[in-house]
Design a protein. Sequence first.
Length: 337
Amino acid sequence: MSCPPGQVYSSLLKRCVKKNIVGAKGASGVACPEGHVWNPAPTSRRCVSRAVFKKLHGEAKAAAASAEQKRLRGTCKASAPGPAKPAKVVSPPRAAAVVTPSSKKNTAFEVGAPRALMDPGLTRAAAVEWVSKQCTNQEDPIMLEPYADADLKDLRSIVKLGSGFCYTVDTLDQHVKASIERGVPIKDILNPSYRLDKRDFGTLEAAGRRLRKTYKLPVEPVEVPAAHYKLFIDVMGDGAFKYVFLYDDRKVKKLADGSKDYAAAIPDGGWIGYIPAAGTDELEKLIRKAHTKGRLLVRATRPFICCRFHLKKSKEHWATDTAKKIASMAEEIRDIV
């Protein structure tokens, strides 16, 4: 039976079919993967393994189909790569207008000249005598062990604070680290009304290096607000109160009348609270100090109520016992800065 040009007779279909379905992937002329041949059967029309094709059509046709695939692989040229698509530019998501502190490590104290230290060459008897004369306490407040029974190395490492109480280097070092971790001021264990000063830290550092040459004072990771977050404290309205407000300096707008429109630093508003206008100069300094040290950020303005101290007071709050409340807030802030 003769077929039109470009077609061949299919004994399976009992009719003429396009010639290009015999050896390649349809009209594309693309070779099948290695070890496969094109199966032109209407129910298949796909690349199949040579073994499957042989089982269906016999060895002779399988050999012919394999030869056709070999020819196609030899004549097909690798297509040139298309033009590279430009990288899709995706705008970064806009960050919420929240206070974003920058984190840095900083010592929470200054180091001054050390106080008098025990001579490291003292005998046990002489060291015990030094403690009995110099120290208000005669035992370790953590271990509850009399210093007279302590290891000589620990005994010689005793640090006397300005309060008159004494501690071994290890006990005092652990106390400093625990206070930093809890975010509280570093105070004398046995006399909490006494806050360690720079000379006490200098003494601890000197005694620690006698004990271990590699000793270093603990450091505190401090969060401080980004430079563009500013604190506004000024009299507004009737003049009886100062308005405490946290704003974003990048978004301040000057108005036609010369005043400024302050943009809140956070979505819920930057208002922190009111303080009385009169008698709060020292309190204002403390609030600003808490802000620059990051303490206001983590203790009062996130999320505007705080476990440590609470600035968001109403005008009504200050209506009674004003002086007492001002002093109380000032003491609370001193306790964290």
